[in-house]
Design a protein around this ligand. Sequence first.
Ligand SMILES: *Cc1c(COP(=O)(O)O)cnc(C)c1O
Length: 451
Amino acid sequence: MATATREEGFEVHDAQVLSKTRAFLDECRSFKEMAQAVEDAVHRNEEWRGKRCINLLAPEAPTSPKVRNLLAAEIGTRAAEGHIGRVNRWFAGTGYIDEVEALCVELLKRVFKCKYADHRLMGSMLGNMAVYWALTEPGDVIMSAAQPVGGHSSNRGDGPAGFRGLKIVDIPFDPVELEVDMDLFRKVAPLVRPKVVGLGMSMTLFPYPVRSMVEIISEWGGRLFFDGAHQLGLIGAGFFQDPLDEGAAVLTGSAGKTFGGPQSGIMVWNDPNLTQPITSAIFPGLAATHQVNRVAALAYSAAEMLQFGQAFMKQIVANAQALGAALAERGLNVLCSHKGYTQTHQVIADVSSFGGGIAAARALERTNIITNKNLIPKDKPENWDSPSGLRIGTIEVTRLGMGPKEMKTIAGFAARVLVEKENPETVVKDVMDFRSAYQTIYFCFENGLPR
Ligand SMILES: *Cc1c(COP(=O)(O)O)cnc(C)c1O
């Protein structure tokens, strides 16, 4: 069915992957066959990533079976724009949708012990956009963390903060402790008087001095915005700091990371004066029909968080600490060994002696262990594509019921590949054998706690 036009323009995607796909589609004898190809690829992913891999991606979490079901629910085919309640909707027929959305908002308020919550944005990238829209004007100065110390692009020049036209000054960090350098912050902040300090960390091991930072910037009316994309579940369950309680004006986060729900953005705050600017940035600024299936799944996962969050998050952190120690014992250079490696779901290793982050992540992928390359403090921001670090997270392995003993086993697999340079072909068999015994999702109403 050769119908595609053949002009080769500029593509950001891998041109080979796209051209291979075009060639495949050309060979298909029907549109049905094309549709089948989509289903097949989804199935292959489920069989491999879902059943045979040790997924150690820090921003990834498997949801409960019920949350996955809700993502395919009929309600997701319905259009609901605007705010909850008949007069606030553009469309009629939204009575039950109002119920679901109100449950979501009120459950989120319970999890985060806050006055206001929003559930409509698809990801916390958009949540951050809404925050910068609500709290800043173009040309304002903000402070945020550079990528090599863990900062995320959404608070930097190439993300929402940059799109808002903000001037960005780095939050000073101690590269060894991986914590905010408060002595330097005390000197720099009064000189640049940031309107907002955006504390958004993708590499995050320890709590941040939110209270002290707020004290300093409130002198000129500056506000702290905590982008807790990664730590959201830990915060909700009380296993990390509580940014709102410590003086942050807004907390945003991704529900698909430690929170263990569907990929979604969450925003919570306490100041009634922020409600109008934030919610008008959300609607009609950034969302119209907002995937009510996702909202239903989010509401359900908030109830799971209330029931199982404490046990789940406690185990995630214990597993991360055990994995850090076990990897170090097997010869990896794990950061912050002098203070117990981590207080979150993440472990960071400097893998420059194994060829850097890309080579290490590829070698591990060949053994069905999934991690990601990461910038670490010794890297330059412009070297984002050849970083020295590897970021490892324990959300999925924990939800599959693994504990510190299994972390030792996993560290052993990783060391065989990276340190002992064993052939990935032999290691992958052992990885699949090991993984086959862990196929149940825990910390959910269906299956309860791991035995
Ligand atoms: C992952 C991440 C985001 C983006 O979250 P999405 O939900 O994927 O949009 C924003 N900020 C930080 C710090 C992150 O780690």
